[in-house]
Design a protein around this ligand. Structure first.
Ligand SMILES: [Zn+2]
Length: 392
């Protein structure tokens, strides 16, 4: 089997489209000139098998041969000496954010520089192509228009996309309602079908965020049936990852797993203190698999999580209108809630702000400059981040 070749050298690792010694039926052809010869590397082929020493020969955009060669007889236009290096397939980032159509995103080539050759977009309940607040330039209004334009323009890495549940909930008119109407449900399901026909791989939910958090079991089951009927995947930022609730959230995902393949995004136990808590979540997944549910999980390769400020907020300050009301009329109570939450999340030194004026500084560093309390600072930063900023 030959696959597309994308070649990068990243931190001593040479990344190539795909390579496996099992794919070889015969030796290299010493009578032709290959375009590329990657010589003397340690090949990790991504199959889970042990690494092996070997060379890789490429013709055009195809891997022509993987394995042992008589190097003195090989003819190639270009040779890369991979001695002392690992040669591996490109990495797939199962949880990526970004939009190749956004002007300053350089076609998402930043991923290539990390050795990532495939990104999965449409995460945490939102898919690119629907940004009404950014105006008509970026709000294409439908998945098929977005993907058509991406195909015309091209991207750095390969792009796979899921449909954001929050996106179709908004497009259907369900918005931030506590419960969608049956007409809105039908519309959501149709938007999902249309997007999957246009090339989406399934649905992504952000059930901890607005508006995903307002979806109930019935709404999710209807969508899960559509995904299953179209042979897709549901990947989910589950409803709540806190140590005392995460099991319920996984159970909710497994319920959808009765209809379609499911994946728990960036699985973790927030506030978890023991290894046993993590083991219990993994056991829950293994038990479900043993019962026939097709469930998988992915995980961050670092000890942090990233989200918007609303993570920290009480239920009554999550929606935009609720935040505005809380920031103005319930300020003291809001700050008190936040104070406790910040402490529980290991204090202001453990919260790093990633955009705006204080990008790259921790909350502790910011309040040392402004003289505000951490809780007041969080609210004020969020007020400034809203478009337009709300006025008090
Ligand atoms: Zn997430």
């Amino acid at each position: 089997m030959n696959r597309l070749v994308k070649l990068f050298s990243v931190l001593g690792i040479i990344i190539i489209g795909a390579c496996s010694k099992d794919e070889q039926t015969s030796g290299p052809d010493y009578n032709i000139t290959y375009d590329l010869h990657i010589a003397g590397g340690t090949i990790v082929d991504g199959s889970g098998e042990a690494s092996f020493a070997g060379d890789i020969l490429v013709s055009g955009d195809k891997i022509a041969y993987v394995g042992a060669v008589n190097a003195s007889k090989i003819q190639a236009n270009q040779t890369i000496d991979a001695t002392g290096k690992v040669v591996s397939p490109g990495f797939i980032d199962a949880h990526s954010h970004g939009d190749p159509l956004q002007a300053n995103n350089d076609l998402l080539r930043n991923f290539l520089r990390q050795g990532i050759t495939t990104v999965v977009l449409g995460q945490d309940g939102t898919n690119p192509g629907y940004f009404p607040s950014d105006g008509p330039e970026r709000d294409l209004g439908s998945f098929s228009k977005w993907i058509e334009r991406v195909n015309q323009q091209g991207t750095g890495p390969n792009v796979a996309t899921l449909v954001g549940h929050g996106t179709i909930r908004r497009l259907s008119g369900g918005g931030e309602k506590d419960r969608v109407t049956s007409e809105e449900q039908v519309k959501m399901e149709q938007l999902l079908i249309d997007a999957m026909k246009a090339g989406a791989y399934g649905l992504n939910t952000g059930l901890e965020y607005v508006p995903g958090r307002y979806a109930d079991a019935e709404e999710m089951a209807g969508l899960a049936m559509v995904v299953g009927a179209n042979d897709g995947l549901i990947s989910s930022h589950v409803r709540n990852e806190d140590d005392d609730i995460v099991h319920q959230s996984i159970a909710e995902l497994l319920e959808q797993g009765k209809y379609a393949r499911v994946n728990a995004s960036h699985i973790k136990v927030v506030y978890g203190k023991t290894r046993a808590q993590g083991d219990a979540v993994l056991k829950q997944l293994r038990d479900a698999r043993a019962e026939g549910i097709q469930v998988t999980a992915d995980v961050y390769p670092y000890l942090a999580s990233f989200g918007d400020m609303s993570y920290l907020y009480p239920e009554w300050a999550k929606r935009e209108g609720e935040f505005n009301d809380a920031a103005i009329n319930r300020r003291e109570e809001f700050e008190e809630f936040l104070r406790a939450k910040i402490i529980r999340r290991n204090g202001p030194g453990a919260i790093l702000i990633s955009n705006g004026e204080y990008s790259g500084k921790t909350l502790a560093e910011i309040v040392a400059i402004t003289g505000k309390t951490p809780e007041a600072q969080i609210i004020d930063l969020d007020i400034m981040a809203r478009q337009p900023p709300i006025s008090l």
